[in-house]
Design a protein around this ligand. Structure first.
Ligand code: SAM
Length: 279
């Protein structure tokens, strides 16, 4: 017994199924089920929602989500070694857990989910960042998800919630804050994981806004922001030269001094520039 359910403790699950952590898959497991239940609670009311969990591993967070009352969990795991352990969880929660053995970067999970959908994941940070950008940049809005509750390296979490003028402010802050409310809801030291990673982690909770904060075309905004922050030390007139031959005039037309640098430009100003370029 583990406290939140009648299944064995995670250390035993890992030993029984020989789930030694693989570095190549970014496997740093959470073994404290009280902690995984706490993360699950950050995702909001799960009772009326399907939860998409990416990277369940031995199932610590999966068990937290189910114990906290998720209507259904779809868990997508790349490492087939984890499947028998996850099958035991599915048996303990009949009809509420579906496990798919796939690479989350290649799978379209929508066929398996009914709205409303909440996404929860503790993923290797590079996969997490790539998925976050995809989930934030579909052509149409609102997206398939209502909220995202994601574990990141602390430094990446800070980039998502960063404000203009700060060192962490850049592409992730703009894309996240344009269409969602984003905040850091938990901090975790390396020792919370087995094996411990080198750096601290944080959980970011994002709620999809019904409509983007300011109108802009997603692809154009992405392009403008990527280019502006690629050369963040340069003045905008130089950093954005490749975007349009008359970029200085366009910057002035939307009220941005062309000698400013990207990190001083607000979300509203980036959207105005994207509209001017895209229109
Ligand atoms: N959720 C578990 C926990 O909190 O203990 C495991 C977290 S571990 C940081 C990341 C998990 O994501 C591992 O189980 C790993 O196998 C899985 N994973 C890595 N890349 C993946 C991918 N592209 N698609 C699906 N799962 C992936």
């Amino acid at each position: 017994m583990s406290g939140i359910d009648a299944l064995p403790p995670l250390r035993q699950v890992i030993a029984d199924h020989d789930l030694s952590a693989k570095k190549a898959l970014g496997q740093n497991f959470l073994l404290d089920l009280n902690l995984t239940a706490k993360i699950a609670r950050q995702a909001g009311d799960l009772s009326g929602a399907d939860v998409l969990e990416i990277g369940p591993g031995p199932g610590g967070l999966t068990r937290g989500l189910l114990a906290e009352g998720a209507r259904r969990v779809l868990a997508v795991e790349k490492d087939a070694r984890c499947l028998p352990a996850l099958a035991e969880i599915a048996k303990a929660y009949p009809g509420r857990l579906e496990v798919v053995n796939a690479d989350a970067l290649k799978l379209d999970p929508l066929a398996h989910l009914s709205p409303p959908v909440r996404v929860v994941a503790n993923l290797p940070y590079n996969v997490g960042t790539e998925l976050l950008v995809r989930w934030l940049t579909p052509a149409e809005w609102p997206p398939f998800w209502q909220s995202l509750t994601l574990m990141f390296q602390r430094e990446v979490a800070e980039r998502i919630v960063a404000v203009p003028g700060s060192k962490a402010y850049g592409r992730l802050a703009i894309l996240a804050q344009w269409r969602a409310d984003a905040r850091i809801v938990m901090s975790l030291p390396p020792e919370a994981f087995t094996p411990p990673p080198k750096v601290s982690s944080a959980v970011v909770h994002l709620t999809a806004l019904p409509a983007p904060r300011y109108p802009a075309d997603a692809k154009v905004l992405e392009r403008v922001v990527a280019q502006a922050f690629n050369q963040r030390r340069k003045m905008l007139r130089a950093a954005l030269k490749g975007l349009a031959p008359d970029i200085e005039d366009r910057l002035r037309a939307v009220g941005i001094d062309p000698t400013r640098r990207a990190e001083t430009v607000t979300l509203e100003e980036f959207c105005a520039l994207a509209r001017d370029i895209g229109g």
